[in-house]
Design a protein around this ligand. Sequence first.
Ligand SMILES: [Zn+2]
Length: 164
Amino acid sequence: MTLETLLHAWSASPCAKNFSNAVYRTARCSLLFGVAYAATVLVSGYGIRRDAPTLTHDQVIAAVNVEKHRFGLDDKTIRVTFTGPDTIKASAGLRFDGTYEITLSPDNCILPLVRHEMYHIGAGHCDDAHKRALNSDDHIVPMLRYLFINEPQAILYSSLADKL
Ligand SMILES: [Zn+2]
C-alpha cells in the first residue's frame, strides 16, 4: 500500500470526515472568540471616561432619575444596588419581578457609567438579553450582538449624553 492510497483511504473514511468537521468548527469558534476577545479589550479599555468625579449614592440615584426621564421610563422601577469596596462591578439587568436593577461598585459610581447602564435599560438591551437567555441555546450570536452593537451604543451615549 502506497502512501497515496493510504491517504486516500483515510480521507474517505467517516473518521476523517468527523475530524475535519471538528477542526473546522473549532477553528470557526476560536476565530469568533478571538474577535470578540479583542473587541472586549478595546471596549473596556478605551470606551468609558474614567476621570469623571465619583458620585455619592444620592447623586447616583438623582442621575438615574434624570436618565429615566430622558428615556421615558418614569413609570419603571429601577433599583440601584451599591456593592462593597472589594468588588469591581457595573451592570444593568431586568429582574424576574419586571423591575430593573443597576449594580455599581464604589469605583464605578461615576456619571458616564450611570448613563452607560441606563442606556442599556432605555434601549431595551436588558429586555432582549432576558428573553434570549430564556429562549436561545445559541450563545455566540447574542455575545457578538452585545459586543458589536449594544456595547458600542451604550459607550457612545455615555460620552455624548451632554450633547444630545
Ligand atoms: Zn455595557
